[in-house]
Design a protein around this ligand. Structure first.
Ligand code: FMN
Length: 212
């Protein structure tokens, strides 16, 4: 198990995850452990491995107090959790292409020719991609990392709640980010549950699946 992980029991992690409405406010998560969890979550796959996810971790009282008025009906979660992770997606993600592929070469994960081949293939694609296509792309990737982060949190013994109920038109600016560049994805509260999550129903597989 990685440092800080409490369990690698897959069933416990996946089926034990419930959205948590109230947290024990006395629990703090160290920045080192939060860093470890983000690093683990970012093993998620992404389009062309561009990893367009960006995170703002709000773990101070002042930070949470500033966030709470933007969190609509989620204020209690914001204030009682150990931290809120604001997940964003970066429209300029391809700026990191050289670093991502360059490091892969340096680490011996791919030969230089493969890097050049991939960059030559993808650069024009990304340069000419419409804003809406880019948004769609990066929102998908950031959703994957968000899910992975919630499961990683479970492995570290924490609970979470994904939140879409907040002022998306204000959050980016409020956190000091460029709203034209960073797309808000969701807030994730994280901490130790003070009360159990609700049981929630899932549609049966035959209602949501077709076979060909
Ligand atoms: C994108 C997204 C946005 C959500 N927004 C909120 C929210 O604003 N407030 C809240 O209490 N729960 C929110 N939820 C949690 C869902 O209500 C919850 O995942 C769903 O009811 C299933 O319950 P479970 O997570 O306990 O399995 C959100 C979930 C997702 C995936």
């Amino acid at each position: 198990m990685n440092k800080g992980q409490k369990t690698n029991d897959f069933n416990e992690i996946v089926f034990g995850r419930k959205s948590i409405k109230q947290y024990d406010p006395s629990i703090t998560i160290s920045r080192q452990e939060m860093t470890d969890m983000i690093a683990e979550a970012t093993q998620a796959p992404s389009s062309v491995n561009m990893q367009p996810w960006r995170f703002v971790v709000i773990d101070s009282v002042e930070g949470k107090e500033a966030l709470a008025p933007l969190a609509r009906f989620n204020k209690d979660k914001v204030m009682s959790s150990s931290a809120v992770i604001a997940v964003f997606a970066d429209m300029n993600n391809f700026d990191y292409a050289e670093e991502i592929f360059g490091k892969a070469v340096e680490l011996g994960y791919m030969p230089e020719e493969t890097k050049q081949y991939q960059l030559n293939a993808f650069k024009p694609l990304y340069d000419n991609m419409s804003k809406s296509a880019m948004r769609e792309n990066i929102i998908l990737d950031a959703g994957l990392v968000s899910m992975q982060l919630m499961l990683v949190a479970r492995a570290h013994g924490y609970d979470t709640n994904p939140m879409g109920g907040y002022e998306k038109d204000q959050i980016t600016h409020a956190l000091g980010l460029d709203a034209d560049r960073y797309v808000p994805i969701m807030l994730i509260s994280i901490g130790k549950a003070a009360s159990e999550g609700f049981q929630t129903y899932r549609l049966p597989v035959e209602k949501i699946t077709t076979w060909k």
